[in-house]
Design a protein around this ligand. Structure first.
Ligand code: SAM
Length: 252
């Protein structure tokens, strides 16, 4: 999966959406002064930035399997305890945090149920495990026009609609399978203005995530056809890119 990329590439591709999303996610999770928080799948640190602002640098820890992201993260947040690791085997002890959060990460876990169980293990009884994931199946993401363009030029169901947590109810179902009673699902929506089509398109080609993996496999002719199809779906200028995630909270 394309997450061994430079932090700057990630920031341009997804960070510009995950930064405003983090504001909504932290609010939805009820993060409050005095808590200790874990950012699972922290990437270069979009969610951590908000957690550090709300809780202070001492109260936030982070973990991610991507070497390039952990390196960039450590430079950006030298005082935050960041470790390289996966959600399925968190390198933290039991009952360490008041809240464990995974922003746009569950879809990429090798075993999402095991990852959510681990998030529960490191969270104290009464604490909160929170996750959010784009509504790919509902075609409400900043990447939707890319996958629609793919479907136009090469029909056949490529895309992210079927990955875990990205359709209505599925993230909550994963929480239930991980042992959470009555997980609560809601929606979080962000809006990001972009000046031109090119500002939206260019980062799709920089190798990040499933979009980057898909684009990397195309030849020059296919890339040109895809770009032309996308340009028919997205305004040339003054774009407002919107995205909606499913957000689920589970009480430990
Ligand atoms: C879409 S990015 C989200 C990054 C960050 N949370 C944000 O909102 O910008 C997905 C992240 O999940 C990480 N990831 C992939 N598999 C993981 C796993 N099994 N456990 C934890 N993180 C994982 C990737 O390395 C990447 O940083």
């Amino acid at each position: 999966m394309g997450f061994e990329v430079a932090a700057d590439a990630y920031d341009r591709f997804m960070g510009r959406y995950s930064r405003p999303l983090a504001e909504e996610f932290v609010r939805a999770a009820g993060v409050a002064d005095g808590q200790r928080a874990l950012d699972v799948g922290c990437g270069p640190g979009a969610l951590t930035t908000v957690l550090v602002r709300e809780l202070g640098v001492e109260a936030v820890c982070a973990v991610d399997p991507s070497e390039s992201f952990v390196t960039a993260f450590a430079e950006r947040f030298p005082a935050v305890d960041v470790r390289r690791g996966a959600a399925e085997a968190l390198p933290y002890g039991d009952n360490t945090f008041d809240v464990a959060m995974a922003q746009l990460v569950v879809p990429f876990m090798a075993d999402p149920v095991a990852g959510l169980r681990e998030m529960a293990r490191v969270t104290r009884p009464g604490g909160v495990v929170a996750a959010c994931a784009w509504d790919h199946a509902g075609e409400r993401t900043p990447l939707t026009a890319y996958w629609r363009a793919v479907e136009r030029v090469a029909p056949g169901g490529a895309g992210e609609a079927n990955i875990p947590g990205c359709r209505r109810g599925h993230l909550a179902e994963l929480f239930a399978q991980a042992g959470f009673e009555d997980p609560v699902e809601s929606e979080l929506t962000i809006r990001v203005p972009l000046p031109t089509f090119e500002d939206w398109w260019e980062p799709m080609t920089n190798g990040t995530g499933p979009v980057g993996d898909h684009y990397a496999r195309l030849d020059e002719e296919q890339r040109a056809a895809l770009r032309a199809a996308a340009a028919e779906l997205v305004p040339a200028s003054n774009l407002e890119i919107t995205g909606t995630t499913w957000c689920v909270l589970g009480r430990v």
